[in-house]
Design a protein around this ligand. Structure first.
Ligand code: C5J
Length: 223
């Protein structure tokens, strides 16, 4: 049963797609984190939390593989290029101490995935030093082991880590769909532009659909 998507229906196979939830961590969605230090209005990102929570509950109930990602650097910053740390004109930089611990550092309270979307034991959590989830991570080995060919993407931010990951996956042959109300950006125009870029030219990067449509199709197909 296909998902009614743009630019045309997205086929669901007998083997279910994986739900990939990008960087739903306190550092991006809560005041006092990395996103806030860069001068963004983090409240904008919070609107997609209940949507992703519904998708996550559906994926768990239907037995879809779930992959969470988290942008993080080692405490010694050995995996953080100086060019990334120096970027921007911010009060606090990656590795500096903020109200939720050191910004964007693995193991700090502010780097954790938010409580509402916390991974269950056994779910895969990819810790990534870059914007894309394939760069310097084991994701490239994990997906073939799961037998997954199709990815449903959600998370933040649409035009940075979500789009980078979707493009990386598309180049590796994965058939990707971005769930449009399950992703958000600090910049509404960038979100909209990303959605349009993905579906342009016959779906040059993949497909886009809303969460109700995705959930209904998943329930009909795998329920
Ligand atoms: C950013 C992300 N925006 N998760 N990271 O730096 O999109």
């Amino acid at each position: 049963m296909p998902i009614d998507a743009r630019p045309y229906p997205y086929e669901l196979l007998a083997k279910p797609p994986a739900l990939v939830i990008i960087d739903m961590q306190r550092d991006f969605v809560e005041p006092g984190g990395f996103g806030d230090a860069l001068g963004n209005d983090v409240a904008r990102l919070q609107t997609c939390i209940p949507v992703i929570a519904r998708l996550l509950a559906t994926a768990r109930r239907l037995g879809l593989p779930v992959i969470h990602t988290r942008e993080a650097h080692r405490p010694d910053l050995s995996d953080c290029p100086p060019s990334k740390r120096q970027r921007g004109d911010c009060r606090l930089r990656i590795g500096d101490a903020g109200p939720m611990g050191r910004l964007l550092i693995d193991g700090e309270p502010g780097n954790a995935i938010i409580e509402e979307l916390k991974p269950l034991p056994g779910e895969i959590e990819i810790v990534k030093p870059g914007k894309g989830a394939f760069y310097a991570t084991p994701l490239e080995q994990i997906l073939p082991n799961l037998g997954v060919t199709h990815l449903l993407l959600a998370g933040v931010t649409t035009e940075v880590c979500v789009q980078t990951t979707m493009r990386e996956a598309n180049d590796r042959g994965y058939t990707c769909l971005l769930i449009e109300d399950a992703t958000e950006s600090y910049f509404p125009a960038f979100k909209q532009a990303t959605l349009e870029m993905i579906v342009a030219q016959g779906g040059i990067v993949g497909w886009v659909a809303d969460s109700d449509t995705v959930i209904q199709a998943l329930e009909r197909t795998y329920g």
